[in-house]
Design a protein. Sequence first.
Length: 359
Amino acid sequence: MYQNQILLAIDWILFTEKLVLIIVVVMVSLFVAMYSTYAERKVAAFMQDRIGPNRAGPFGILQPMADGLKLFFKEEIVPNFSSKFLFILGPILAMLTAIMVSAVIPWGDKLFIFGREVTLQIADINIGILYIFGVVSLGVYGIMIGGWASNNKFSLLGAMRAASQIISYELALGITLIALLMITGTLSLNEMVAQQKDNLWNIFLQPLGFLIFLICAFAETNRTPFDLPEAENELMGGYHAEYSSMKLGFYLFAEYVNMFLSGAVMTTLYFGGYDIPFVNDANLVHTIGQNWVTIIEGGVFFIKICLFIFFFMWVRWTVPRFRYDQLMNLGWKILLPLALFNMLVTGALILLRQNHWHF
């Protein structure tokens, strides 16, 4: 009887909405990650005056599918002296934590389907930033477990580099977010987007904070010039040196999913999220209707993310890799003091404003 009451209390339509949204968001994230590999090779070819992939399909657009099939059909190798359970758990954790970030990102405003309001956010929790920070922190376990379970000194060195790098840059990242929270007064990503729709984007209020956040995002996603955990010329592949087939594919895919979702987070926090620039969204709703505006906003959000992905790729083929001591110096001696300075100046200016600009 009690179980029947619980089942009746569940809003099954809402449950279906969220389930469909989860499937769509995950599939889009994986699709973008898949074609980011193609885009990266094309961008690299353009910058190096080459053609890039052009054999699989017209203009090489089927290359990601060919790469995926190649990974599927490669032999699954598990080293004899590895910890087999942890060896398999590592790439699963890396991929899982990468995908979980998408749960709190507002992908658009709201749609009206059969008279029912549908929000384009899987979970509108009031501690959205803390959730992202917690999930991103868990991502290092996937790398560390994989490197340690491989029973390979080079893999372990790569995993230790990744752990120390991510922990070091998370400090500056967290302090930068404190300054942003002082201005917005909320941890909810949805409320942050709503504030930026009505006022200035946060990039204009926190330019130094955004710069620090951007550099830390490169370090968190292990992208060049912060790709020391997988430095090929030093560690013969890094923490995933012993991996093959789809376990290796999970690690490689997780990097591109992280890149896509890092762009989504930076767009949400600093560039108005799905806000259409130079357009009054409220007036547009009266002109063409809420559903069309939501679709356009989703497209604008996606374009902003794609610009960040292009920037990630541009930097990769422009800036050389740091030495390990340079990486640590940048994190601890430059970014951390700058983040503290930014937080203190932001707090001082907020107090001055509350005091009507009088000391």
